[in-house]
Design a protein around this ligand. Sequence first.
Ligand SMILES: [Zn+2]
Length: 156
Amino acid sequence: MNQSKNRKSKIENRKFNLQSPRFAANLQIEELIDAARAASQNAYAPYSHYPVGAAVLTRGGKIFTGCNIENAAYPSGVCAERVAIFKAVSEGARALSAIAVVTPNGASPCGACRQVFSEFAADDARIILALPRGKRRREFSMQEFLPARFGARHLK
Ligand SMILES: [Zn+2]
């Protein structure tokens, strides 16, 4: 069996295994990407012209979204990822299981956003990078995204 045939059969298995928790999780990831895409429509990016949307999924299944919000005083702006994370945390969420980020070219979050996500995300949390349209995406675990991360355990 060649590799492409193997991949196709995996996709078919996923398609028909409706009871699989992984399948349900993947459906929620699609919803998360859609939410990030919608959020990017609200980006306030008059300086960079680089709209970003983000959506975080809590362990409890709730979705919070954010967009980048720039400012004429450049350092006062904030990234979409942190807006989404701070919205979730300000509503009481403390455990995040995934974040989807949509940028014009599929770029990955800055170091500050990785660190902030890491505060509320376990090693197996998912980071999904997507484009404004289409099925192409990249996916990482928190551990892959920010290895040897600094966290609360270092302050004990
Ligand atoms: Zn950032």
